[in-house]
Design a protein around this ligand. Structure first.
Ligand SMILES: [Zn+2]
Length: 320
């Protein structure tokens, strides 16, 4: 290589680098599903450019990643996912994208509920915290599929932990803006606390014994725990497993014997089963709940805060 060629290529390299830095100063973040897309936007504000994979009204249990998803992950500085094996397709996607950046498991450190693979009632029991900690480092591979119910965003208390995890993840990849992330997270947690108080008051309008709700899949055990609502579902905690005829018969029997007034459809599920259950009982369809995804921006649940309030309002209105 001649001296001249060397000098020219060094200049070209230098220019290439600096123009790239100036052109895009936002932190590229990939989120697995719409609820996390919103939470990262709340904490990251103007400093983040988010690519969200499973869109509004999408089902993250059974998602097929597209080639563009792998491309977004390959150029991301941070990937934020729920964890608790909610996104079963994510480990393979990260691997095939050769992702070497930072990863946040938003549900890390929350108060978990054990998972259900059947419709054995809507009551989650507390994780008694005595599971084998030797396996923690092999988290992705070593425990049974669906050991914990992954739908932990339906507890505002848990989402406060999500927000702290997201704040830490953003601070790690972009320490310059740490103060902004901290302030945004603190402000958002105040909003979460305020909403939690408000939702407790709304739920209190329905006597505890009457808070009985049927949904297609078992997505609301965390809401059940926080607000003392009795949720039942013919399908288990994942939409991958179909409800058996026995599960459906059990729910129908329960609706009749307990005089359950309302069944609900979901934004992400096949609702034919619920429609059938409604036809065979006196329970009316009380509305649509947003379980595993937000609505489109023009819908009633385009943000996490709006989703939580809409779900509670829908339940309270149907049970009044
Ligand atoms: Zn689900």
């Amino acid at each position: 290589m001649s001296k001249a060629t060397f000098a020219v290529s060094m200049i070209a390299l230098g220019l290439g680098c600096s123009s790239a830095v100036i052109a895009d100063t936002k932190v590229p973040v990939v989120t697995s599903f719409s609820v996390l897309g919103d939470l990262v936007q709340q904490v990251g504000g103007d400093h983040v450019a988010i690519t969200n994979l499973v869109k509004a009204n999408g089902d993250a249990h059974v998602y097929n990643p597209a080639p563009l998803d792998a491309k977004a992950i390959a150029s991301a500085q941070l990937v934020v996912m729920n964890g608790l094996e909610f996104e079963g397709w994510m480990p393979r996607l990260l691997e095939s994208s050769n992702f070497k950046g930072n990863k946040v498991l938003a549900a890390d450190g929350i108060d978990t509920i054990k998972g259900h693979s059947c419709s054995c009632g809507g009551h989650g029991h507390h994780d008694d915290h005595d599971h084998d900690h030797d396996h923690d480092h092999d988290h992705d591979h070593d425990h049974d599929h669906g050991e914990f119910d992954p739908h932990s965003w339906h507890s505002i208390k848990n989402v406060k932990v999500y927000v702290k995890n997201i704040e830490q993840g953003l601070t790690k990849v972009d320490p310059t803006n740490a103060d902004d992330y901290q302030r945004n997270a603190a402000l958002y947690i105040q909003k979460l606390d305020k909403l939690d108080v408000k939702l407790h008051k709304k739920i209190a309008l329905i006597p505890e014994g009457k808070r009985k709700v049927i949904t297609p899949h078992a997505a609301f055990a965390y809401m059940a725990r926080d607000y003392k609502i009795d949720f039942h579902a013919p399908q288990g905690t994942s939409t991958e497993s179909e409800a058996s005829a026995g599960d459906v018969a059990k729910i129908i029997k329960q609706i009749r014997s307990e005089g359950i007034k309302a069944v609900f459809v979901e934004n992400i599920s096949d609702n034919r089963l619920i429609e059938q259950i409604s036809r065979e009982t006196d329970a009316k369809i009380g509305g649509q709940l947003y379980s595993d995804a937000l609505s489109e921006p023009t819908g009633p649940a385009p943000t996490y805060l709006k989703m939580m309030e809409y779900n509670v309002d829908t339940i309270v209105n149907a049970l009044k």
